[in-house]
Design a protein around this ligand. Structure first.
Ligand SMILES: NC(=O)C1=CN([C@@H]2O[C@H](COP(=O)(O)OP(=O)(O)OC[C@H]3O[C@@H](n4cnc5c(N)ncnc54)[C@H](OP(=O)(O)O)[C@@H]3O)[C@@H](O)[C@H]2O)C=CC1
Ligand SMILES: CC(=O)N[C@@H](CCC(=O)OP(=O)(O)O)C(=O)O
Length: 313
């Protein structure tokens, strides 16, 4: 029997991408809302409760509203918004987070998909906190470079209108140092000090990389670039969607520039460690619409349904 799937927010950036991933799957029957009813509460509630899996690809407030509409105990919600990522009763949709995460996603009926910046940051920091290389109290800084599709339909329209010269250069934002991903970055890494996080949006459609600079002297005794790299290799051994690149990746070093778009059109995360003496640079890159959003949501659905985790990805 096919699993029924509904995407609430089917016309949005992440919703459309999820539909692309689901197209061609013969184990899934997609329920579609009539375009003129896509904001009609009663029709949304009917479809949410008819689905085995419902993706919420909505602004935070509408996601909370949708979650409150579900009374069918069989419906599994996978929320792409920020609304539930640290909420009690919601599992975090990052199968690679730690041992036991897949079992949680298999059992959960409420799954919160990680934010795009947060996915990359957490995948860098969690293994190092778990391996006791990064002390949980460490004050960490991170920068993220992201394509403009991360800002959804409105930002895409601004960039594609092509009439604002200011958009031609990279734009740092969240200068209030309170980006909405910080709570999940702390909750799912175990870092006790609020990271200083600076995102930068650039004039390209998609692709994202988070960079975390570290000084070995600030880390636990015995920390080295080799130990950091080994901790990643061990944590992600056997993970099909995480690729730990060689220490000081020769191809990137030779080229001299980092390719932020190198994971585009994949569900993959690439992890890099660059080091020189006491200084280490950690980088994780992903497609913000792939592993940063819609790909991750489909991956979590696959884990929940107990089918091949890479189906459709
Ligand atoms: N883009 C990205 O890279 C990522 C996005 N996310 C998150 O995923 C969620 C969706 O983002 P994204 O797809 O980019 O956003 P978009 O703005 O592209 O799409 C959101 C969609 O939701 C629709 N919508 C708004 N309110 C309602 C409502 N009350 N009922 C039904 N539909 C509604 C909008 O309708 P209309 O078309 O009329 O505007 C729009 O089609 C957000 O919470 C976002 O923060 C998460 C990770 C990455
Ligand atoms: C370029 C841009 O604006 N990106 C968005 C993040 C997109 C994302 O991951 O989204 P959610 O947490 O909303 O799900 C931002 O930084 O707010």
């Amino acid at each position: 029997m096919k699993h029924t799937v509904f995407v609430d927010g089917q016309e949005g950036t992440t919703g459309l991408r999820i539909h692309e991933y689901l197209a061609g799957r013969d184990d899934i029957e997609v329920l579609r809302i009539a375009p003129e009813l896509r904001k009609d509460a009663a029709e949304r509630a009917r479809l949410l409760n008819a689905a085995d899996v419902a993706f919420l690809c909505l602004p935070d407030a509408a996601s909370k509203e949708a979650a409150a509409m579900v009374s069918n105990p069989r419906t599994c919600l996978i929320d792409a918004s920020t609304a539930h990522r640290t909420a009690p009763g919601w599992a975090f949709g990052l199968p690679e987070l730690c041992a036991g995460q897949r079992e949680q996603l298999r059992a959960a009926k409420r799954i919160a998909n990680p934010g795009c910046h947060a996915s990359a940051f957490i995948l860098l920091m969690r293994p190092l906190v778990d391996a006791e290389i990064v002390p949980p109290a460490l004050a960490v800084s991170a920068t993220s470079l992201t394509g403009y599709s991360g800002g959804g339909k409105k930002m895409i329209e601004q960039y594609e209108a092509g009439d604002d010269a200011k958009l031609a250069s990279p734009r740092p934002y969240a200068l209030g140092l309170a980006h909405k991903h910080i709570p999940e970055m702390m909750a799912h890494t175990g870092l006790a000090t609020k990271p200083l996080f600076l995102p930068v949006v650039g004039p390209f459609y998609k692709g994202l990389s988070v960079t975390v600079p570290l000084h070995l002297a600030q880390l636990s005794a015995g920390a080295s670039a080799e130990r950091i790299h080994a901790a990643f290799a061990e944590h992600y051994a056997g993970e099909r969607f995480v690729r730990v690149m060689p220490l000081n990746d020769a191809a990137t070093m030779e080229h001299g520039f980092f390719d932020v778009q190198g994971c585009n059109d994949t569900n993959r995360v690439d992890i890099f460690v660059f080091a020189n003496g006491d200084q280490v640079l950690l980088m994780a890159r992903l497609d913000n619409l792939g592993k940063g959003a819609s790909g991750a949501a489909v991956q979590s659905m696959n884990v929940h349904l107990g089918v091949d985790e890479g189906l459709g990805l």
